[in-house]
Design a protein around this ligand. Structure first.
Ligand SMILES: [Ca+2]
Length: 127
C-alpha cells in the first residue's frame, strides 16, 4: 500500500495541467447524420468519450455494424449512453465476434458490469 501511494505521488508530480489524463479526449466512429450513442472510458460517463455516429434506426431494419474500434478504444468501454432511436449491441471481439451485450435504445448504462473493458466492436440495430 505504501508503495502504491509513493508511485501515485510520483505520477502526480510529473503530471501537468492539460495532459490527456487531466482533460478527457473525444473521438468519433461511424458515419451517419447523428450521434446515436456515446461510450466512455470509465463508469458513470467519466474519462475519454467515443461518439458513435449512425443513421437513426427508425423505419429501417438493416444493421449498422462497426467492426473495429479506433486505436486506443479496444477493451476499454465502461459506460454507455444510448440515445433515442437505435439500440447498441456490443461484442467481445472485432467483426462482431464472441460474447455480446445488448443495450436498449434510450438508456443510460452507467456500468457495463461483466462487459467492462471487454467490447471490441458493435452493431447499431433497431430493437
Ligand atoms: Ca474502462
Amino acid at each position: 500500500m505504501a508503495l502504491t501511494g509513493a508511485a501515485m505521488a510520483m505520477t502526480l508530480t510529473f503530471t501537468t495541467p492539460g495532459t490527456a489524463e487531466a482533460t478527457p479526449q473525444t473521438m468519433s466512429i461511424g458515419s451517419g447524420a447523428e450521434v446515436v450513442a456515446i461510450a466512455y472510458e470509465h463508469t458513470l460517463f467519466q474519462g475519454d468519450a467515443l461518439y458513435i455516429y449512425g443513421d437513426d434506426c427508425r423505419g429501417s431494419s438493416w444493421e449498422q455494424p462497426l467492426d473495429w474500434f479506433p486505436d486506443g478504444w479496444n477493451d476499454r468501454i465502461s459506460s454507455v449512453t444510448v440515445r433515442r432511436w437505435c439500440s447498441v449491441v456490443l461484442y467481445e471481439h472485432g467483426s462482431r465476434g464472441g460474447l455480446s451485450m445488448h443495450l436498449g435504445r434510450n438508456g443510460d448504462y452507467t456500468n457495463l458490469h461483466w462487459f467492462n473493458d471487454l467490447a471490441s466492436s458493435l452493431n447499431l440495430v433497431q430493437h
